[in-house]
Design a protein around this ligand. Sequence first.
Ligand code: SAM
Ligand code: FES
Length: 357
Amino acid sequence: MDETLFSIIASLEDGRRLGTDEFEYLVSHRTHEGATQLARTAADIRNEIYGHDIFVRGLIEVSNYCKNDCYYCGIRKSHSHCDRYRLDDDQILTCCREGYSLGFRTFVLQGGEDPAFTDDRLCKLIDQIKTEYPDTAITLSLGERSRESYTRLKKAGADRYLLRHETADREHYAQLHPPAMSYDNRMRCLQDLRDLGFAVGAGMMVGAPFQTPRHLAEDLAFLQDFQPDMCGIGPFIPAAGTPFEHEPAGSVEETLYLLSILRILMPHVLLPATTALGTMDPQGREKGILCGANVIMPNLSPVGVRKKYALYDNKICTGEESAQCRVCLDIKMDHIGYQIVCDRGDVRRKPICPEQP
Ligand code: SAM
Ligand code: FES
């Protein structure tokens, strides 16, 4: 029994702030016993706030054109074998129509940084979706843009924005990205999004090349301070044709461990069990829920383009129709005693069950 580990776990469970050194110890001294305790606490906290409700987000992958060149990403601009596509507005609206009929009340428009998605075009699209489906939330995940652009998108009706910080360590950021991209701009974007009133999602890959326990500790310290509304983490998975194609993938166990820590650190956070986790382990998403996650993001993109949005190799759910995915996830969640709910799935600030007198 590692007493230092359990005293750090006790501090975390008591809601005390941890320092980067403590986070580093937590990450680098993971034991089965510690992970089991953290998972139990994380599930209890999640159950108190969200019960056994799992929120779904319909992911629409609008384009795999990207002007960026992140070394890890399968749709980076230098990947010459990437078969590029871009959905038109009608195709996106058709995905929303189908998603709405399947019970989705959040649509996530995600894509590479594609200059064809101008502010004018996006604002019109957001307005159309909101007019047709006023009881839905719109999440954007379209990368780094100017403050002016974010301002317009918010005014047009977008509710949330996912932009993983990727790593909270400046040097590590430079090892994962080309010189044209900067840590400072990433952080500027996250702060702008927060200032403008978006519900903001940050996050990182687990087991990214060059990542050390210290880097993950810095990520946790950053998230503790920033307190995002959503936090997306998943294992790094190598993508053929990228500079990191021969790097090892991140670990499922470490991702699950971090999910539990994140739930305890940010009790109300919306925490997805990601597709990358499901790709590394057929039961990865269920395990993620059992370790404290409460969101699943099935794919609503047209089946014809799904394989082309290949951020990494062997991605799951690229052959299924959206309706099949929805049924499949209902069964998976039911199997572990959870249910998918059809509402916007906003952050809940209060426990669902008032304390008994
Ligand atoms: N362009 C937008 C952005 O930069 O936020 C959204 C799309 S981007 C591809 C979505 C996320 O996929 C990234 O933030 C990154 O963390 C993740 N990702 C990219 N390549 C990956 C890989 N090889 N393995 C696991 N996750 C990856
Ligand atoms: Fe897509 Fe199971 S969630 S097929």
